[in-house]
Design a protein around this ligand. Structure first.
Ligand code: 0L1
Ligand code: MG
Length: 261
Protein backbone atom coordinates (compact mmCIF):
# COMPACT_ATOMS: atom_id res chain seq x y z
CA UNK A 1 0.00 0.00 0.00
CA UNK A 2 1.38 3.41 -0.88
CA UNK A 3 2.09 5.99 1.80
CA UNK A 4 0.67 9.51 1.85
CA UNK A 5 2.99 12.53 1.83
CA UNK A 6 2.18 13.08 5.49
CA UNK A 7 3.07 9.49 6.37
CA UNK A 8 6.40 9.83 4.57
CA UNK A 9 7.06 13.11 6.41
CA UNK A 10 6.26 11.35 9.71
CA UNK A 11 8.65 8.53 8.76
CA UNK A 12 11.49 11.03 8.11
CA UNK A 13 10.73 13.04 11.24
CA UNK A 14 10.75 9.86 13.29
CA UNK A 15 14.20 8.97 11.89
CA UNK A 16 15.40 12.46 12.92
CA UNK A 17 13.96 12.22 16.43
CA UNK A 18 15.21 8.65 16.95
CA UNK A 19 18.62 9.51 15.43
CA UNK A 20 18.29 6.41 13.28
CA UNK A 21 19.19 6.32 9.61
CA UNK A 22 16.74 4.94 7.05
CA UNK A 23 16.91 3.68 3.48
CA UNK A 24 16.22 6.51 1.02
CA UNK A 25 12.52 6.84 0.26
CA UNK A 26 13.02 6.56 -3.52
CA UNK A 27 14.48 3.05 -3.16
CA UNK A 28 11.19 1.53 -2.01
CA UNK A 29 8.43 3.90 -0.81
CA UNK A 30 8.21 6.38 -3.72
CA UNK A 31 10.51 5.26 -6.56
CA UNK A 32 9.20 7.85 -9.04
CA UNK A 33 9.23 10.82 -6.67
CA UNK A 34 9.48 14.14 -8.55
CA UNK A 35 11.14 17.29 -7.24
CA UNK A 36 7.74 18.97 -6.95
CA UNK A 37 6.23 16.10 -4.97
CA UNK A 38 9.35 16.03 -2.78
CA UNK A 39 8.72 19.68 -1.83
CA UNK A 40 5.14 18.68 -0.89
CA UNK A 41 6.56 16.06 1.50
CA UNK A 42 8.97 18.71 2.86
CA UNK A 43 5.99 21.00 3.44
CA UNK A 44 4.27 18.26 5.48
CA UNK A 45 7.48 17.85 7.49
CA UNK A 46 7.65 21.60 8.12
CA UNK A 47 3.99 21.59 9.24
CA UNK A 48 4.68 18.72 11.66
CA UNK A 49 7.54 20.71 13.21
CA UNK A 50 5.33 23.80 13.47
CA UNK A 51 2.62 21.67 15.14
CA UNK A 52 5.24 20.50 17.65
CA UNK A 53 5.73 24.15 18.61
CA UNK A 54 8.95 24.96 16.76
CA UNK A 55 9.22 28.15 14.73
CA UNK A 56 11.01 28.92 11.49
CA UNK A 57 14.24 30.95 11.70
CA UNK A 58 14.40 31.09 7.94
CA UNK A 59 14.65 29.03 4.79
CA UNK A 60 18.11 27.85 3.74
CA UNK A 61 19.74 27.05 0.46
CA UNK A 62 21.66 23.82 -0.05
CA UNK A 63 23.85 22.37 -2.79
CA UNK A 64 24.77 25.87 -3.99
CA UNK A 65 28.45 25.30 -4.63
CA UNK A 66 29.80 23.51 -7.64
CA UNK A 67 31.95 21.43 -5.27
CA UNK A 68 28.85 20.36 -3.36
CA UNK A 69 26.80 19.59 -6.46
CA UNK A 70 29.68 17.45 -7.67
CA UNK A 71 30.14 15.82 -4.26
CA UNK A 72 26.44 14.90 -4.22
CA UNK A 73 26.16 14.28 -7.96
CA UNK A 74 23.24 16.67 -8.53
CA UNK A 75 22.74 19.65 -10.80
CA UNK A 76 20.48 22.13 -9.03
CA UNK A 77 20.36 23.87 -5.63
CA UNK A 78 17.58 23.06 -3.19
CA UNK A 79 16.01 24.72 -0.16
CA UNK A 80 14.87 23.63 3.29
CA UNK A 81 13.99 25.28 6.61
CA UNK A 82 15.94 26.05 9.78
CA UNK A 83 13.90 25.99 13.02
CA UNK A 84 14.56 27.69 16.36
CA UNK A 85 15.41 24.41 18.11
CA UNK A 86 18.22 23.83 15.59
CA UNK A 87 20.20 26.88 16.69
CA UNK A 88 23.20 26.11 18.90
CA UNK A 89 25.00 28.95 20.68
CA UNK A 90 28.44 30.05 19.51
CA UNK A 91 31.32 28.33 21.31
CA UNK A 92 29.17 25.63 22.89
CA UNK A 93 29.49 21.85 22.85
CA UNK A 94 27.17 19.60 20.89
CA UNK A 95 26.65 15.96 21.72
CA UNK A 96 27.47 13.35 19.09
CA UNK A 97 24.62 11.20 20.49
CA UNK A 98 22.12 13.78 19.16
CA UNK A 99 23.06 13.01 15.54
CA UNK A 100 23.18 10.14 13.05
CA UNK A 101 26.35 11.02 11.06
CA UNK A 102 26.83 14.82 11.24
CA UNK A 103 28.92 16.89 8.85
CA UNK A 104 29.80 20.58 9.07
CA UNK A 105 30.13 23.30 6.47
CA UNK A 106 30.99 27.02 6.64
CA UNK A 107 28.45 29.51 5.31
CA UNK A 108 27.46 33.17 5.26
CA UNK A 109 24.04 33.97 6.76
CA UNK A 110 21.87 36.92 5.69
CA UNK A 111 19.59 38.68 8.18
CA UNK A 112 16.81 40.36 6.23
CA UNK A 113 15.63 43.89 7.00
CA UNK A 114 12.84 43.80 4.40
CA UNK A 115 10.65 41.20 2.71
CA UNK A 116 11.94 39.89 -0.63
CA UNK A 117 9.40 38.61 -3.11
CA UNK A 118 10.06 36.96 -6.46
CA UNK A 119 10.00 36.60 -9.39
CA UNK A 120 13.00 38.20 -11.00
CA UNK A 121 14.86 39.07 -7.77
CA UNK A 122 18.53 40.02 -8.31
CA UNK A 123 21.54 39.83 -6.01
CA UNK A 124 21.59 43.65 -5.84
CA UNK A 125 17.96 43.69 -4.60
CA UNK A 126 18.88 41.13 -1.95
CA UNK A 127 21.80 43.25 -0.72
CA UNK A 128 19.50 46.29 -0.49
CA UNK A 129 16.99 44.30 1.60
CA UNK A 130 19.63 42.78 3.90
CA UNK A 131 20.22 44.30 7.32
CA UNK A 132 23.27 42.26 8.34
CA UNK A 133 25.41 39.29 7.39
CA UNK A 134 27.26 36.94 9.75
CA UNK A 135 29.29 33.74 9.65
CA UNK A 136 27.69 30.37 10.29
CA UNK A 137 28.60 26.73 10.74
CA UNK A 138 25.84 24.49 9.48
CA UNK A 139 25.66 20.92 10.75
CA UNK A 140 23.88 18.69 8.26
CA UNK A 141 22.74 15.19 9.18
CA UNK A 142 20.94 13.35 6.41
CA UNK A 143 18.41 10.91 7.71
CA UNK A 144 19.43 8.50 4.92
CA UNK A 145 21.93 5.66 5.31
CA UNK A 146 25.45 6.74 4.29
CA UNK A 147 24.18 10.17 3.10
CA UNK A 148 22.99 8.21 0.08
CA UNK A 149 20.12 9.99 -1.69
CA UNK A 150 18.75 11.39 -4.93
CA UNK A 151 17.70 15.04 -5.28
CA UNK A 152 14.00 14.35 -4.41
CA UNK A 153 15.06 12.28 -1.36
CA UNK A 154 17.12 15.10 0.13
CA UNK A 155 14.44 17.73 -0.62
CA UNK A 156 11.84 15.64 1.26
CA UNK A 157 14.35 15.33 4.13
CA UNK A 158 14.42 19.13 4.64
CA UNK A 159 17.78 19.42 2.85
CA UNK A 160 19.54 17.42 5.61
CA UNK A 161 19.06 20.34 8.05
CA UNK A 162 20.05 19.57 11.61
CA UNK A 163 21.78 22.36 13.59
CA UNK A 164 23.42 25.73 12.99
CA UNK A 165 25.85 27.91 14.93
CA UNK A 166 25.85 31.62 14.06
CA UNK A 167 28.89 33.84 14.60
CA UNK A 168 28.48 36.72 17.07
CA UNK A 169 29.81 39.42 14.77
CA UNK A 170 27.38 41.05 12.33
CA UNK A 171 28.33 43.40 9.49
CA UNK A 172 26.39 45.46 6.98
CA UNK A 173 26.59 43.62 3.64
CA UNK A 174 27.92 46.71 1.85
CA UNK A 175 30.98 46.73 4.14
CA UNK A 176 32.23 43.52 2.52
CA UNK A 177 32.77 42.06 -0.92
CA UNK A 178 31.04 38.83 -0.12
CA UNK A 179 32.15 37.05 -3.29
CA UNK A 180 35.78 37.64 -2.35
CA UNK A 181 35.71 36.84 1.36
CA UNK A 182 38.07 34.00 2.18
CA UNK A 183 36.81 31.19 4.38
CA UNK A 184 38.85 28.62 6.27
CA UNK A 185 37.27 25.63 8.01
CA UNK A 186 39.50 23.95 10.61
CA UNK A 187 39.11 21.06 13.02
CA UNK A 188 41.48 20.84 15.99
CA UNK A 189 43.72 23.41 14.32
CA UNK A 190 44.01 21.50 11.05
CA UNK A 191 42.60 23.11 7.89
CA UNK A 192 39.91 20.81 6.44
CA UNK A 193 38.69 22.99 3.58
CA UNK A 194 38.74 26.58 2.37
CA UNK A 195 37.10 28.74 -0.23
CA UNK A 196 35.74 32.16 -1.15
CA UNK A 197 32.18 33.51 -1.12
CA UNK A 198 32.04 33.20 -4.91
CA UNK A 199 31.80 29.40 -4.43
CA UNK A 200 28.12 30.08 -3.65
CA UNK A 201 26.54 30.75 -7.05
CA UNK A 202 29.13 33.46 -7.79
CA UNK A 203 28.05 35.54 -4.76
CA UNK A 204 26.07 34.52 -1.64
CA UNK A 205 23.47 37.23 -2.44
CA UNK A 206 22.68 35.34 -5.67
CA UNK A 207 21.73 32.34 -3.54
CA UNK A 208 19.18 34.41 -1.57
CA UNK A 209 17.85 35.84 -4.86
CA UNK A 210 17.42 32.34 -6.29
CA UNK A 211 15.71 31.27 -3.06
CA UNK A 212 13.22 34.17 -3.30
CA UNK A 213 12.49 33.19 -6.90
CA UNK A 214 12.07 29.50 -6.01
CA UNK A 215 9.73 30.41 -3.10
CA UNK A 216 7.66 32.58 -5.42
CA UNK A 217 6.76 29.44 -7.40
CA UNK A 218 5.10 28.18 -4.18
CA UNK A 219 3.39 31.55 -3.61
CA UNK A 220 5.78 32.41 -0.77
CA UNK A 221 8.32 35.14 -0.04
CA UNK A 222 11.30 35.82 2.20
CA UNK A 223 10.34 37.86 5.26
CA UNK A 224 12.02 40.67 7.20
CA UNK A 225 13.75 39.22 10.26
CA UNK A 226 14.44 35.83 8.70
CA UNK A 227 18.00 34.52 8.84
CA UNK A 228 18.99 32.78 5.62
CA UNK A 229 21.79 30.24 5.23
CA UNK A 230 23.15 30.73 1.73
CA UNK A 231 24.93 27.38 1.23
CA UNK A 232 28.34 25.93 2.00
CA UNK A 233 31.43 27.85 0.88
CA UNK A 234 33.41 24.78 1.91
CA UNK A 235 32.59 21.13 1.39
CA UNK A 236 30.90 19.22 4.22
CA UNK A 237 33.34 17.60 6.67
CA UNK A 238 32.31 14.64 8.89
CA UNK A 239 32.36 15.30 12.65
CA UNK A 240 33.88 13.07 15.33
CA UNK A 241 34.00 13.04 19.11
CA UNK A 242 36.57 15.53 20.40
CA UNK A 243 36.48 17.83 17.39
CA UNK A 244 36.86 21.54 17.95
CA UNK A 245 35.48 23.16 14.81
CA UNK A 246 36.30 26.71 13.73
CA UNK A 247 35.40 28.70 10.64
CA UNK A 248 37.13 31.99 9.94
CA UNK A 249 35.40 34.17 7.37
CA UNK A 250 37.29 37.32 6.39
CA UNK A 251 35.58 40.37 7.92
CA UNK A 252 33.04 38.22 9.78
CA UNK A 253 35.36 36.80 12.41
CA UNK A 254 35.32 33.32 13.84
CA UNK A 255 32.55 30.90 14.69
CA UNK A 256 33.17 27.68 16.56
CA UNK A 257 31.77 24.76 18.53
CA UNK A 258 33.04 21.48 19.88
CA UNK A 259 31.81 17.89 19.77
CA UNK A 260 31.24 15.89 22.95
CA UNK A 261 29.84 12.39 23.49
O1 0L1 B 1 23.03 22.66 3.39
C1 0L1 B 1 23.30 21.87 2.47
O2 0L1 B 1 23.99 22.18 1.48
C2 0L1 B 1 22.79 20.47 2.57
C3 0L1 B 1 22.03 20.11 1.38
C4 0L1 B 1 21.76 18.65 1.40
C5 0L1 B 1 22.84 17.83 0.84
C6 0L1 B 1 23.63 17.12 1.87
O3 0L1 B 1 23.08 16.52 2.78
O4 0L1 B 1 24.84 17.13 1.73
MG1 MG C 1 24.27 24.13 4.07
Amino acid sequence: MSMSNKEIAEFLLDAELQRKDVVRITSDKVPNLTVEEAYSIQEELVNLKLEQGHSIVGPKMGLTSRAKMKQMNVEEPIFGYIFDNMVVSEGSQISLADFIHPKVEAEVAFILGKDIEGPGVSGAQVLAATEYVCSALEIIDSRYENFNFTLPDVIADNASSSKVVFGNKVRKPEELELDLVGTVLSINGEIKDLGAGAAVLGHPANSVAMLANMLHRKGEKLKAGQVILTGGITGAVPLSYGDHVTAKIDGLGEVSFSVGE
